[in-house]
Ligand binder design. Structure first.
Ligand SMILES: [Zn+2]
Length: 446
């Protein structure tokens, strides 16, 4: 065996073959080398695009602060276009830039853009101690990153100042305090309002919320004794934190309407009405009778499942003014039970049949945690049973804040509602639940 192999090695033909293979390989290498020869212009472009990522700062080359992901991707794409063999030098240089970029991006991620208002805010994880430990490692070489930390620290400082200032807002005790308090709150908002969006502003939010609640309540109380100045109303409208406390009140400029339907659930009408409300994406309140809930429990369930509010309209629709306290409670309790059985929800709103019962019933049910809801616009739909006349009544008597009484017991009602919802929307009305309207529109308070 071994002799034969030696013999082969000495074979002149084999040697010729080897030279041939060597020659072919060499030609390939030359061709490959020529193919891999970078175009001088491409190289120049890659060099300058990498250099462009940097600028000179205090004698040091640092990554420019306005670099974005796209710039990085573009440089990488240019490098990728170079022949394989010449990429490595530039890739290594570029990787250093990319690494610094990622470090800065990472530091920047302590800020996010708020979905609701587009404001740039700190993330919840940022607090003073986490920032201080990051700032402790700051030096000349990472000054761009530290700039971001300093900015975050500055925001925390401002929040602390705003907290302190929020506790120094003028006190509100008498009507005479209202105007200075409103001015102070308005100025406070202008100066510090933007800070409230940061998750670190819990205490600030709470302080301002409590102050605005108190001020809103005092303004509404004071309003009963006469109008304020024109400037006052302008300032009121401009002061954002008061929009919540004044919501639904006579001082709220937003037109509001609460749709309410009594006397159901009705096997024919209620499903039609629910379909129409669904179609328009509007939520309403249904004051149901216990006797009908027992007949149509699945409809009561559908009302609740589709996001509407359910309220108690007694079991048999008796005039509560003619019943004893005990009988009133029986009517209410039976209905509560029927509703809970059908829906799993226990209502805390009720409407007295015929709106009859007065303060006796209101006080009695208040002891059981239930709120009376009446209305300020009666469509008389049960009496006219005509869509056009319902629409006309609503159009004629519509109020800035309307609590609309209707009944899901007649065909005309869903028909009218289908027309009224788009009409009201066009007029700027927002659809709310009764409790979002102020006392004046609900008539009886707890
Ligand atoms: Zn009724």
């Amino acid at each position: 065996m071994s002799f034969e192999r030696n013999n082969q090695l000495l074979n002149p033909d084999k040697w010729r073959n080897r030279w041939l293979i060597f020659g072919i390989l060499l030609s390939f290498m030359v061709i490959f080398g020529l193919w891999q020869m970078p175009n001088a212009q491409d190289i120049e472009q890659v060099k300058s695009s990498i250099d462009n990522l940097y600028h000179l700062k205090k004698d040091q080359l640092v990554l420019k602060s306005n670099i974005v992901e796209e710039d990085i991707d573009q440089v990488q794409a240019k490098i990728n276009q170079l022949p394989l063999l010449s990429r490595y030098t530039y890739q290594a240089k570029f990787d250093r830039a990319k690494e610094s970029f990622e470090e800065i991006e990472n530091a920047r991620s302590i800020f996010v853009i708020n979905d609701s208002d587009g404001q740039r805010v700190l993330i919840p994880e940022v607090d003073r101690s986490s920032l201080e430990s990051k700032i402790a490692s700051c030096n000349e070489s990472n000054s761009d990153i530290c700039q971001i930390y300093y900015e975050a620290e500055e925001i925390l400082d401002q929040i602390d100042i705003a907290n302190k200032k929020s506790q120094e807002l003028p006190s509100i005790k008498i009507r005479g305090d209202i105007e200075p308090a409103l001015k102070a709150l308005n100025e406070f908002e202008k100066k510090y309002g933007h800070l409230v969006a940061h998750p670190q502003s819990e205490e600030l939010k709470q302080n301002i919320g409590e102050y605005a609640d108190l001020l809103g309540k005092t303004i509404l109380d004071g309003h009963q004794f006469g109008d304020y100045s024109e400037n006052f109303y302008a300032l009121l409208e401009e002061t954002e934190s008061l929009s919540g406390p004044l919501r639904g009140s006579s001082l709220d400029n937003q037109p509001l309407i609460a749709l309410t339907f009594d006397d159901g659930p009705n096997a024919d009408i209620t499903p039609k009405l629910l379909d129409i409300l669904n179609k328009h994406g509007v939520k309403a309140t249904f004051f149901v009778m216990g006797a009908y809930v027992d007949e149509n429990p699945e409809l009561a369930k559908r009302i609740v499942d589709e996001g509407h509010l359910i309220g108690n309209h007694t079991y048999n629709h008796f005039d509560l003014a003619t019943l004893s306290d005990e009988e009133v409670m029986t009517q209410i309790d039976w209905t509560q039970e029927s509703i809970v059985d059908a829906t799993g929800v226990e209502p805390d709103l009720y409407r007295m049949p015929f709106g009859s019962g007065g303060w006796r019933v209101v006080d009695l049910l208040n002891q059981h945690g239930m709120t009376s809801i009446l209305w300020n616009l009666d469509t008389l739909d049960w009496s006219t049973q005509d869509a056009n006349s319902i629409i006309e009544t609503v159009t004629m008597s519509l109020q800035h804040h309307t609590l609309l009484l209707m009944h899901d017991t007649h065909e005309a009602t869903p028909e009218a509602i289908d027309f009224l919802i788009p009409m009201l929307r066009d007029q700027g009305y927002e659809f709310v639940f009764p409790e979002q309207l102020a006392f004046e529109q609900r008539y009886f308070e707890e």
